[in-house]
Ligand binder design. Structure first.
Ligand SMILES: Cc1cc2nc3c(=O)[nH]c(=O)nc-3n(C[C@H](O)[C@H](O)[C@H](O)COP(=O)(O)OP(=O)(O)OC[C@H]3O[C@@H](n4cnc5c(N)ncnc54)[C@H](O)[C@@H]3O)c2cc1C
Ligand code: SF4
Length: 294
């Protein structure tokens, strides 16, 4: 259990800027507020899925305070992680997992272990996973740059460790590489309420379609795994294939073929499939409708 005896205020450190990088990418300081990032013109035009993911998270007041670094490091909303009267391997290693036999409707269907089936709650991190972002970290041993996809751990037998961050390390920034076709990208979040609710399933996708063929694609899923889930199997099916509903369906099925749902969250398998297919059809057609199709 995390029981710090020292709290450090980092809010005055100089990490509150959004900067253009020489290679055409963007550096986001760890203290940039979620609201400021979502409103930034470069982000809105070059990486719209990131602005949309931020605006789909939490509430206006929370986003005004939430920082880039803090949002990445928020912890699971599994009800037992917050309930100190019940066993939870993530909170107290070795104590057991109450969710497997208990309430797990919101929890993961991919990347789980016997020890833990929690989901990571951040919307922003799902968009960053699709964009191949890198996390810049500063610690006693100097600076490290970690691909976001390697920054988060799967639970395995150590679900208490969400990330590879070491004791004493501070996130200073997140770098976005240039991705020209990310101008055609979207984030769709399916949740129980229209706002102020975590994702049951979300899809962050960028799609490059020329002459009806998928030239390139980036997909990440949220709400389905202990970390933002990069959908590499779906991407492999889509690259070079016709951008048809049938192919998008096959891509989704490839990604979800290893899903291990439990009775309470089995609905997430068809929900993830339909969300992924619907989102891609919308991007292909250039639309950005919020109409729900399921
Ligand atoms: C009611 C409610 C609904 C919410 N809904 C959503 C939602 O739908 N989607 C979503 O994505 N989020 C949601 N959130 C989460 C919210 O976005 C996070 O609480 C917020 O992003 C955390 O940011 P923060 O800067 O306040 O982090 P803090 O809470 O201050 O920090 C979180 C952790 O990160 C550590 N930390 C912070 N910055 C750094 C750094 N630079 N380097 C190293 N460690 C650091 C802190 O020590 C702490 O352990 C919700 C929160 C609430 C309360
Ligand atoms: S799913 Fe993970 S966080 Fe939830 S009770 Fe089990 S061990 Fe704890």
């Amino acid at each position: 259990m995390s029981q710090p005896d020292l709290l450090i205020d980092i809010s005055h450190l100089p990490y509150d800027r959004i900067e253009l990088l020489p290679d055409g990418g963007v550096r986001i300081g760890a203290l940039v507020r979620n609201s400021d990032l979502a409103a930034d013109r470069t982000i809105r035009t070059r990486y719209p899925l990131l602005a949309q993911a931020l605006l789909a998270g939490a509430s206006g007041q929370l986003r005004n305070l939430a920082t880039t670094g803090g949002n990445l490091l928020q912890r699971t909303r599994c009800v037992y992680f917050q309930d100190i009267t019940r066993p939870c391997n993530k909170r107290v290693p070795g104590s057991g997992c109450s969710a497997r036999e208990g309430y797990h409707r919101e929890l993961a269907i991919l990347g789980t272990s016997e020890s833990c089936i929690a989901t990571h709650p951040s919307d922003m991190a799902v968009a960053l996973a699709a964009l191949d972002a890198h996390v810049r970290v500063l610690g006693p041993q100097g600076e490290r740059v970690i691909p976001l996809l390697d920054f988060y751990r799967l639970p395995g037998e150590e679900p208490q460790r969400d990330t590879v961050l070491q004791h004493g390390e501070l996130i200073t920034a997140v770098d976005l590489p240039p991705l020209p076709f990310a101008t055609r990208s979207h984030y769709r979040k399916v949740r129980d309420r229209a706002s102020y609710a975590f994702a049951l399933v979300s899809v962050a996708a960028a799609l490059d379609v020329t002459d009806g063929v998928v030239r390139d694609v980036r997909i990440a899923l949220g709400g389905v795994a202990p970390r933002p889930w990069r959908a590499t199997k779906a991407e492999a099916v889509l690259r070079g294939a016709p951008a048809t509903e049938e192919v998008f369906g096959r891509a989704a099925e490839a990604e979800l073929s290893e899903a291990q749902p439990l009775p309470g969250n089995a609905f997430k398998v068809p929900l993830a499939r339909n969300t992924l297919v619907g989102r891609h059809l919308e991007i292909r057609d250039g639309g950005d409708t919020l109409e729900e199709k399921f």
